[in-house]
Design a protein around this ligand. Sequence first.
Ligand code: HEM
Length: 351
Amino acid sequence: MNYYKVSGDYHRTIYIWLLVMTSMVLGIIVIGGLTRLTDSGLSMTDWRPLLGIIPPLNNSSWQKVFEMYQLTPEFKIVNRNMSLEEFKYIFWWEWFHRVFARMIGIVFILPLIYFIIKKQLNYYLCQRLAVVFIFGLFQAFVGWWMVKSGLSENPYVSPYRLTFHLLNALIIFSMLLWIAMDYKYEIKINFFSKPFTADFYIFVSILLIFITIASGGFMAGTNSGQSFNTFPLMNGKIIPDDYHMEDYGIYNIFENTVAINFNHRWISIFAFFYIIFICFKFIKFNDEYISSTLVYLIIFFLTLQVILGIITLLSNVYLPLASMHQTNSILLLSTLLISYHQYKYRKVKHE
Ligand code: HEM
C-alpha cells in the first residue's frame, strides 16, 4: 500500500492550497523585513490575538495608541520628536504585518477543515500540517517575545530573538514547500541525506544558506551593515582591528558589530564558491537527476544575492536594496530546496 497516495478529486486544489500558503509565508517574511527596515516593529505596544486586527478608527483611539507608544523607550530615546502622522506610518506597517499573519492562519485553518470534512486529506498530510501549525503558533509567540525585548529599557529588539524569528519563519516556509512537492509527486522524500552522496552536497548548500541567513539576521538586528561600507576591505584591512574583543569572548560572533559584519560577508562568499563549485560539477557531468534549468537558476539567484549584498552594504543599507537582498535570499533557498527534492525524487524513481 502506498501511504502517500493522495490522488482524488481535490488533488490539484490541495496542491494549489499548499502553494498559496507557501507563497503567503514568503510574503510575510518580506513584509516583516520591511517592517524592520522602516523601524516600525515596536509601534504596537500590546498583543491581542483576536481584537488586534481592528486598527484605531477615530482620532481619540489614535491618540490613545500614540500615548501608549510614547511610554516606550523607543519613543523616549529615539523618536522623541515624532508626530502623530509619522507614528501612523510606522503603526500601519506593523499592523499589516500582524494582519497578514492572521490571514495565513485563516487560509490554513478554513480549507483544512473543509478538506477534512470532505475526507480528502490522508493521515500523513494531516500529521505534517499539524507540525506546521505548531511551528506557526510558536512563531506568533516568538514574534511577541521579540517585540517585548524592545519595549523594556533598551529601545532595540534583541538581535537573538529577531534572528530566531527569521529562522523559524524560514523553517515554516521550507516545510510547506517540501510538503507541497511531496504531495505533488505522491511520495515522501527524506529531507536528510547520507554523507558524501551527490544529494548530500545539495543538502550542505541548503545548510550553508541557512547559516548565512542566520548571520544576516544578526547583521540586520545589530545594524552592522551601517558600518564598514566598503568591500572587500574593512577599514583598509581584510581582517579589521577589533574583530576579537577580549570582553566579549564567544559573544563576539553575536554582539561585536565588527565581527558580525566580517562574518556575514565571508561566510556568504564561502557559501557562494561552494555552491558554484557544486553547480559546475552537475553541469560538467550532465547529471540526469537534476535539470540544467534549475542549476542555472541557482547560479543566477546566488550571484544576484551576493551582488545585492555588496551594493546594500556600499549604499549604507538603502531600504529597497536591503529588502531585495532579503527577498532574493528566500528565492535562492526555494530554488535549492526544489532542486534537492527533484534530485532525490528522480533518484528514488530510478532505483
Ligand atoms: C549567499 C549570500 C547571502 C545571503 C543568503 C544573505 C542573506 C542575508 C539575510 C537573510 C539578511 C537579513 C535580512 C533581514 O533580516 O532583513 C542579510 C543582511 C545583510 N547582508 Fe546578506 N546575504 C548574503 C550575502 C551578502 C554579502 C556578500 C554582503 C556584502 C558583502 C551582504 C550584506 C548584507 C548586509 C549589509 C545586510 C544588512 C541589511 C540590513 O540591515 O537590512 N550579504 N543578508
